[in-house]
Design a protein around this ligand. Structure first.
Ligand code: UDP
Length: 260
């Protein structure tokens, strides 16, 4: 009889089975992914493709939280670099994440996936305010909860709110969907000799300054023993694939001990 390796949610290790091994996850998608081939804004086909990948995962019974960045519309730091007051620029960045959240909500609902948007900055006319217990209830009912407006505070990117919400929602994993299929020794777009890591510890990422996510986000995931899985959201079907332990990705988790 063949045995199937079922990973624990803590290690996030690969499985031989085809079913997702996580009960509840948070997917962080950078705003830039939504641009597709465009230089700015939202490419409707790319938006639809990401939504359909999320729908595939929801159909498998996985509870999904979403945090979408805003870099495709506005990034506070770059405007601050041109002289705008940093806090104001960051608030504009947070508003950009609300726009992306509404766009994704619409794309998901179009394919029959139920959603709620909750914003860290209350905007009663367009979405719910962030209420932790209400968000948990939505997840239990199978709705995708999209967390918008980051932390509601400037001087952060959306990495830290993604980690915070993952911890608050009791997620089994934080998935970072980017345009690269994992963490590399160097930028694979610039250096052909760059090699992808299969697995890293939180401390290795921090000590080597690998810039996968903001250090505050990595530390929060380390404190809560929530694995971070980095994969390419540009590859269709990769979200579900990665949740079954297959596909190309890098897992960031606690260091392995001899007995593991
Ligand atoms: N932002 C912020 N506080 C937060 C989350 C986001 O000030 O808690 C602002 C910040 O200016 C950031 C922008 O929103 O640059 C967009 O988010 P991010 O840069 O993370 O977008 P991504 O790179 O993921 O597309």
């Amino acid at each position: 009889m063949s045995t199937v390796t079922i990973p624990t949610a803590e290690t996030g290790e690969a499985s031989d089975g085809a079913r997702p091994v996580y009960r509840r996850v948070l997917l962080k998608v950078s705003g830039e992914v939504l641009m597709g081939e465009q230089k700015f804004g939202i490419d409707i086909d790319t938006l639809g493709a990401v939504a359909s990948d999320i729908g595939e995962v929801v159909a498998q019974g996985v509870q999904v939280c979403l945090v979408i960045g805003g870099g495709n519309i506005f990034r506070g730091l770059s405007m601050a670099g041109k002289g705008m007051e940093r806090a104001s620029a960051d608030y504009m960045g947070m508003l950009a994440t609300v726009m992306n959240a509404l766009a994704m909500q619409s794309a998901l609902e179009r394919i029959g996936v139920h959603t709620r948007v909750q914003s860290a900055i209350p905007m009663d006319a367009i979405c719910e305010p962030y209420i932790r217990r209400r968000a948990l209830r939505h997840l239990e009912k199978g709705r995708v909860v999209i967390f918008a407006a980051g932390l509601g505070a400037p001087f952060f990117t959306t990495d830290t709110p993604a980690a915070l919400r993952a911890a608050e929602m009791g997620c089994d994993a934080l998935l970072k969907g980017t345009s690269v299929d994992g963490v590399y020794t160097a930028d694979p777009k610039k250096d052909a000799s760059a090699e992808r890591y299969d697995r890293l510890s939180y401390l290795e990422v921090l000590a080597q300054d690998l810039r996968v996510m903001d250090a505050s986000a990595i530390s929060l995931m380390r404190d809560n023993a929530i694995p971070i899985i980095v994969f390419s959201i540009k590859e269709r079907g990769a979200f579900l694939n990665v949740l079954t332990g297959a596909g190309v990705h890098t897992v960031i988790a606690h260091e392995r001990h001899a007995k593991d």
